[in-house]
Design a protein around this ligand. Structure first.
Ligand code: SF4
Length: 281
């Protein structure tokens, strides 16, 4: 069935990746997020193996990092290997993908150990520890729910922080957000700058008393963590990143309102819609 162009973008719930897709390839946007009354196009698992491995690794980290928090689920103390196997079953990994997932054990254990030493070192300076925290904000930069409400009001932009901490250190208060990436490790966080800025905006909306936000990326393949070169001050987030996010979402709206064009680029290698894409037929 042919999908008409979206004319009303008011109730779209945006996320970092949704904006990215709308800006880069409108065809992919319409394939992945068709309007509710149109049947969802089939998703082809072309490069989704990495996605499934990533999900198993993420769920393992989530359980391990929740230990010692009110959100703890690892009551029976599963080992990292057992958790990975459970994740592999849940996310339907093939046997060879399961072997790849098990290679992450060393990196996961190294990171988790370091994280718990850090927790111990900072003690009660960590006021709030959040694992897989779901965050939603409204268009006027006020907190919102993550899910649409019963009264049919929607969050404007939302995200899930893999790991975040609200820390008070001497006179300064910060939110430190860390994102797990199962891809190949990089030297800097530059390629995640858009995601980092979106997260910083949400952090300040949710915690307006903070002085700054730090963003880190963790590579479970090695256990390595890299930090954004500079922390983001409250003023920078409010004066530069709020308008930046608003403009970026407006451009995403314009992109899908005016086109369903398939735009071929390097990202096509990672696209699940290659089998139906008109540029590749
Ligand atoms: S393969 Fe490339 S051009 Fe085709 S839908 Fe995917 S991202 Fe767009």
């Amino acid at each position: 069935m042919e999908i008409p162009l979206i004319v009303d973008t008011d109730n779209i719930i945006w996320s970092h990746s949704k904006v990215d897709i709308a800006l880069s390839c409108p065809y992919k946007y319409y394939s992945q997020y068709p309007p509710a009354k149109y049947k969802k196009s089939p998703s082809f698992r072309v490069s989704a193996g990495e996605g499934r491995i990533g999900s198993a690794v993420h769920s393992t980290l989530e359980t391990l990092l929740r230990v010692g928090t009110p959100m703890a689920r690892n009551k029976t103390r599963y080992t990292t290997k057992e958790l990975l196997m459970r994740g592999a079953i849940k996310h339907e990994l093939t046997l060879s993908e399961m072997h790849v997932a098990l290679e992450y054990i060393g990196g996961i254990d190294r990171f988790v150990q370091r994280h718990f030493s850090w927790r111990e070192r900072l003690g009660n300076r960590i006021k709030h520890l959040m694992v897989e925290k779901k965050v939603g904000i409204s268009k006027d930069f006020t907190p919102s729910t993550f899910w649409p409400r019963k009264d049919k009001t929607y969050p404007w932009f939302r995200m899930a922080w893999d790991l975040a901490s609200y820390v008070v250190n001497k006179d300064l208060t910060s939110i430190n957000i860390l994102d797990h990436k199962t891809g190949a490790p990089k030297d800097s966080t530059d390629s995640y700058e858009d995601q980092c800025r979106s997260y910083a905006v949400a952090a300040l909306v949710m915690y307006p008393d903070i002085d700054y936000v730090q963003f880190q990326v963790h590579y479970p393949a090695t256990g390595e963590v890299i930090s954004r070169e500079n922390t983001m001050s409250k003023e920078e987030i409010r004066d530069v990143m709020y308008p930046w996010l608003k403009e970026r979402v407006e451009k995403a709206c314009t992109s899908i309102k005016t086109s369903q064009e398939a735009r071929k680029d390097w990202y096509c290698n990672y696209c699940n819609f290659k089998p139906t894409c008109p540029t590749l037929r």
